[in-house]
Design a protein around this ligand. Structure first.
Ligand code: MGD
Ligand code: MGD
Ligand code: MO
Length: 708
C-alpha cells in the first residue's frame, strides 16, 4: 500500500529462529512506525514474537553504532574514535594484504546467524574470504550435531510439515521449548490439544512449554539417547512395530533389535532419572497413538552424544510407521527442503588453495594457538570421545567478526576473552551495537538492521521462501554486510565480476536453482507477494512411502556411512562428558549439571542490551531445586557463585522445583558487560565437542554452587 505519507513494505524477520516470519513494515515519511506479522502468511498468522514486535526499539535505539571507528583505548575497554569509511576500508585492506602475503590462512572470518538472510549471511562475505584464501570456519555453534545425526538416519533435514501438527493425536516435545523459541508452532500444538491430543514434554527443566503440557518427563541432561533406546526395547519387545513399514522402508532392523536388548527400561531408568514405568508408558503410548509426531530440537544436541541422540530418536517414527500420516513423524528442521543455489552465492571455486578450517565452537582455543578436533573411539574408556589439540601454525593473526557475538555466546568464555585480548591480533567487528565482542575491535564498522537491507530467506521451521525488502534508508553511515565486502574486495584489488553483483543479483542467483522444490519460485512474484511456498504438495508427508534421502533410500537403523568413519553404525548411547558415570572425580567436586537455554526475551545475545527486554528478564539468575538449595544453605533470592575449573559467575538464586534435582538452570545469553560481574553462563561451559557434527556442548557442564 502506498500514498503520499504512508507505505507498507513486506519484509522477513532475520533472526535465528525456526519461524522466519513474514513481516509488514509501515513507513511514514521515511521512518518505520510499525512492524507486524503478515496475516496472509500461514505460519506467521498475523503475529510476531515479544521481541520482534519491538523491532523498532532495536532499529532506532540511541545505542546503535552509526559510523566506522577505530580503537583508542586498551583491547576490551571499548573506547573508540570516529573515522571515515575510506580510512576503515584502507586500514583493513592493508593489514589483510600484509598478512596474506605471508599466509592468508592466518585471517579468520567468524560469523553465524545474526541475520539468517542468504545475501547478508552467506554470499559476498564468503566470496571475499574465499578469494582471499582465508581460513574457513566450521559453523558448528548451533545445529551441526543434530543435522549430522538426523542425516545418518533420515538422510537430510526434512521432516513433518509444522502446519500439520494440529492434526496429531500425540505430540512429544523433546528437548524443545516452542513457547519461547518457536512460538508460531505453539498455536498448532494447542489446536491438537483442543482436538484431544496429548502433549508430552521431555526436558530436564519445567520450561514455559513443559509446564503447559499434559505430561512432563524431567529427564537428566544428555541421556535422551538411552531413553529412545529403551522405548525401542519396549516397542520391539511388545511387538508394537509396523512390520510392513519396516520391511519396505528401513535398513538394519535385525541389528537394531539386537542392539536395543541392552537397554531395558529398568537399566535406563537409572541412567535417565525417570522411572521404568514412565518409560514403558511413554513407549506404549507413542507406538499405539496415530498420528504421533515428535518435535525434536536443540536441547538434546548440546551434549557429548548429541549427534547420536538425534540419530537414535529419529529412528522411532520408522519403527512404528508414524511417517505414514502427514501429521506423524518427526520434525527437527525443515531447512533441507530448501534448494536455494548457495553454491552460486558462496563461490567456493574462488578458493585458491586448501585452507585450514577452524571450528567456531572452539574459537577460544584457536585464538590461543590450538586447533581442537574431536575423534570417536568406541573402545576407549571412560568415554568414547576424545578431543585432540594441534598447534596452529601460523597462529590466527586477524579475525573479522560479523553476524555474531562470540565473546558472549561461545563456550569457555575466559579463553575466548583471553584470545580476543591478544595485542598482536587484528580484529574487525561489523555490528549494529557495541557488543562484548565489539569492545575488542581494532576497527568497528556500523551494520544496518533488517529494515535497512535487502535479503531472501529460507527457514528451518516452515516451508516458505520469504523476501525482505528494505523499508527505510540506512541510519547514519551503516552498511549491509554485502556492501562492505563489495567495497573491501575493490579495495583489495579483486577484479572478478562476481564482486560487482548487486543484492538483487544475489537474490536472483539464489533463486535460480534446478532443485525441484524451487520450481515456480521467482523473483518477481516474491517482490509482489513477499513469500512463496516451496514446490511441495499442500499435504506433505515426506516419507509416507519411504523415499528417505540416505544412500540406501531407506531409514537407516544401520548406517554404513557411519561405520566407514569408524563410528558405531547402530544407534547407541553416549553419556555426557561431564557426569557421575563418565567423570566421577569431576562430579565429586562439581555435582550439579548446568544448562543455559534461551531466556524468553532474548534471542541468543541479541535484544539483551535493550531496555524493554532487560526489564523483562530482570537480572541473571540460577534456578535450583529446593533440595539442592537446602543442602547448600541457599534461600530464594540469595546471591550465589556458580563455578567449576573453567570459570565462575555470580547470579541470584531462584529456588524452584522447575529445575529438577541435580540440574541448575541459567537462562541465557546475557551480555557479559551488563551482568555486574562481567561473566555469563559461558564462563562455565566447555569447548569439548559433540560426537557427530563437532558441535558445541553447552549443556554438558558440571558446576558447584555456593552462597556468596
Ligand atoms: N526467545 C528465543 N527464541 C529462540 C532463541 C533465543 O535465544 N530466544 N534462540 C534460537 C536458536 S539460535 C535456537 S538454536 C533455538 C533453540 O531452541 P530449542 O530447540 O527450544 O532449544 P533450547 O531452548 O536450547 O532447549 C530446549 C529445551 O531443551 C531442554 N534441554 C536441555 N538439555 C536437554 C537434554 O539433554 N535433553 C532434553 N530432552 N532436553 C534438554 C532445555 O531445558 C530447554 O527447555 O531457538 C531459537 N529461538
Ligand atoms: N550458554 C549458551 N551459549 C549459547 C547458547 C545457549 O543456549 N547457551 N546457544 C548457542 C546457539 S544455539 C547459537 S545459534 C549461538 C548464537 O550466537 P550468535 O550467532 O553470535 O547470535 P547473537 O548472540 O544473536 O549475535 C548475533 C550478532 O549479530 C549482529 N547482527 C545482526 N544482524 C546483523 C547484520 O546484518 N550484520 C552484522 N554485521 N551484524 C548483525 C547482532 O547485532 C548480534 O550482536 O549462541 C550459542 N551460545
Ligand atoms: Mo541456535
Amino acid at each position: 500500500m502506498t500514498n503520499e505519507q504512508y507505505r507498507t513494505v513486506r519484509g522477513a524477520c532475520p533472526h535465528d529462529c525456526p519461524d522466519t516470519c513474514a513481516m509488514i513494515v509501515t513507513v511514514e515519511n521515511g521512518r518505520a512506525i510499525k512492524v507486524g506479522g503478515a496475516v496472509d502468511h500461514p505460519t506467521t498468522d498475523g503475529f510476531l514474537c515479544t521481541k520482534v514486535n519491538r523491532y523498532l526499539e532495536r532499529t532506532y535505539s540511541p545505542e546503535r553504532i552509526l559510523h566506522p571507528m577505530k580503537r583508542v583505548g586498551r583491547k576490551g575497554e571499548g573506547r573508540f574514535a570516529r573515522i571515515t569509511w575510506d580510512e576503515a576500508l584502507e586500514t583493513i585492506a592493508t593489514r589483510f594484504a600484509e598478512i596474506a602475503a605471508d599466509d592468508p590462512q592466518a585471517i579468520q572470518p567468524y560469523s553465524y546467524a545474526g541475520t539468517m538472510g542468504l545475501v547478508q549471511g552467506e554470499s559476498m562475505d564468503r566470496r571475499f574470504f574465499h578469494r582471499l584464501g582465508a581460513a574457513l570456519l566450521d559453523r558448528t555453534i548451533c545445529a551441526s550435531a543434530g543435522a549430522a545425526g538426523y542425516k545418518a538416519t533420515i538422510g537430510a533435514s526434512i521432516g513433518t510439515d509444522p502446519e500439520r501438527f494440529g492434526e496429531a493425536r500425540l505430540i512429544i516435545i523433546w528437548g524443545s521449548n516452542p513457547i519461547t523459541s518457536n512460538v508460531h508452532l505453539w498455536p498448532r500444538i494447542l489446536e491438537a490439544q483442543r482436538q484431544g491430543a496429548r502433549i508430552i514434554a521431555i526436558d530436564p527443566y519445567r520450561s514455559l512449554t513443559a509446564e503447559k503440557c499434559d505430561l512432563h518427563l524431567a529427564i537428566l541432561p544428555g541421556t535422551d539417547g538411552a531413553l529412545a533406546l529403551a522405548m525401542m526395547n519396549v516397542i520391539i519387545g511388545e511387538n508394537l512395530v509396523d512390520q510392513d513399514y519396516i520391511d519396505q522402508y528401513t535398513l538394519g532392523y535385525d541389528q537394531l533389535r539386537e542392539r536395543v536388548r541392552d537397554y531395558d527400561p529398568v537399566r535406563v531408568a537409572s541412567i535417565t532419572g525417570l522411572s521404568a514405568e514412565a518409560i514403558v508408558d511413554l513407549a506404549r503410548e507413542y507406538a499405539t497413538t496415530r498420528p504421533a509426531v515428535i518435535r525434536l530440537n536443540y536441547g538434546m544436541q548440546r551434549h557429548a552424544g548429541g549427534g547420536m541422540a538425534v540419530r537414535t530418536v529419529s529412528c522411532l517414527p520408522a519403527l512404528t510407521g508414524a511417517w505414514r500420516h502427514a501429521a506423524g513423524g518427526i520434525l527437527l528442521s525443515t531447512s533441507g527442503a530448501f534448494g536455494m543455489n548457495t553454491a552460486a552465492l558462496q563461490r567456493t571455486d574462488l578458493i585458491p588453495n586448501k585452507p585450514r578450517t577452524i571450528n567456531m565452537s572452539a574459537i577460544g582455543d584457536a585464538l590461543l594457538g590450538e586447533m581442537r578436533t574431536v575423534s570417536f573411539n568406541s573402545e576407549s574408556s571412560p568415554h568414547p570421545l576424545k578431543d585432540q589439540m594441534t598447534p596452529l601454525d601460523p597462529p590466527i593473526r586477524a579475525i573479522y567478526v560479523y553476524n555474531s557475538n562470540p565473546v558472549a555466546v561461545a563456550p569457555d568464555s575466559r579463553k575466548v576473552v583471553k584470545g580476543f585480548a591478544r595485542e598482536d591480533l587484528f580484529t574487525v567487528v561489523h555490528e549494529i551495537f557495541q557488543t562484548d565482542t565489539a569492545d575488542y575491535a581494532d576497527i568497528l564498522l556500523p551494520a544496518t538492521t533488517q529494515l535497512e537491507q535487502f535479503d531472501v530467506h529460507r527457514a528451518y521451521g516452515h516451508l516458505y521462501v520469504v523476501l525482505n525488502q528494505p523499508s527505510i534508508d540506512p541510519l547514519g553511515e551503516a552498511l549491509p554486510n554485502s556492501e562492505v565486502f563489495r567495497r573491501l574486495a575493490r579495495q583489495m584489488g579483486f577484479t572478478e565480476d562476481c564482486f560487482n553483483d548487486t543484492d538483487e543479483d544475489l537474490i536472483r542467483q539464489a533463486l535460480c536453482s534446478p532443485h525441484p522444490h524451487m520450481q515456480g519460485i521467482d523473483y518477481e512474484q516474491l517482490v509482489e507477494r513477499g513469500w512463496m511456498r516451496l514446490n511441495l504438495p499442500e499435504r506433505f508427508a515426506p516419507f509416507a512411502e519411504g523415499g528417505f534421502l540416505t544412500p540406501s533410500g531407506k531409514c537407516e537403523f544401520h548406517s554404513e556411512t557411519l561405520a566407514r568413519q569408524g563410528i558405531d553404525p547402530l544407534p547407541s548411547y553416549i553419556p555426557p562428558r561431564e557426569s557421575v558415570d563418565s567423570a566421577p572425580e569431576l562430579a565429586s567436586r562439581y555435582p550439579l549439571a548446568v544448562i543455559s537455554p534461551p531466556a524468553h526475551n532474548f534471542l541468543n545475545s541479541t535484544f539483551a542490551n535493550l531496555p524493554t527486554f532487560l526489564k523483562a528478564e530482570k537480572e541473571p539468575h540460577l534456578e535450583i531445586h529446593p533440595v539442592d538449595a537446602e543442602v547448600r544453605g541457599i534461600s530464594n533470592g540469595d546471591r550465589v557463585r556458580v563455578f567449576n575449573d573453567r570459570g565462575e559467575l555470580s547470579v541470584r538464586a531462584r529456588v524452584t522445583a522447575k529445575a529438577r534435582p541435580g540440574v541448575v538452570v541459567a537462562l541465557s545469553i546475557w551480555w557479559k558487560k551488563l551482568t555486574g560481574d562481567g561473566a555469563n553462563a559461558n564462563d562455565v561451559t566447555s569447548q569439548a565437542l559433540t560426537d557427530l557434527g563437532a558441535a558445541a556442548t553447552f549443556y554438558d557442564a558440571l558446576v558447584e554452587v555456593e552462597k556468596i
